[in-house]
Design a protein around this ligand. Sequence first.
Ligand code: HEM
Length: 141
Amino acid sequence: MDAETIALVQRSFDKVVANSEFTEQWFYADLLVSAPQVKPLFKGNMEEQGMKFLPTLGMLVHSLDDLVTVIPIAGALARRHVEFGVRPEHYDAVGASLIRTLERSLAAEFTPEVRTAWEDAYTTLSAAMIEAAYGAEEELD
Ligand code: HEM
């Protein structure tokens, strides 16, 4: 991830937050339609934003220029997700819903460059999360 990628992700995230009234709801709605198998994992009231997905994602993307700090935070978050029943393969479904939600929220501002930057950032973050939470498990196989 280069500096330009990080800047594109951070700037576009701030625009999403500026119009975030519906964004988190769009994200959950998209996730449940595109990946209904994850629905039973959510025990809390999703409408009350039990997952706090967007604010936490925002914290992570605003720390992307300091990977030494962000990777352990993302790793700890991922290890908590093991207790929620989250499996490595669920990260792709969440990533796809995230990209579609950003596209819907940013509309014309979701340029091909912004999409590529987000794909790069989510791939980096989710790979670090999966490694932290399931790395040892994969080595056992
Ligand atoms: C960058 C990726 C992700 C971020 C930033 C994120 C953020 C969060 C946060 C902040 C919480 C609140 C609990 C805590 O802090 O420990 C949470 C809970 C949860 N997350 Fe995530 N998450 C991510 C990926 C995923 C994935 C891939 C799944 C798979 C479906 C998932 C499913 C859940 C579930 C089921 C809960 C518990 C909700 C409940 O108790 O109802 N998350 N997430």
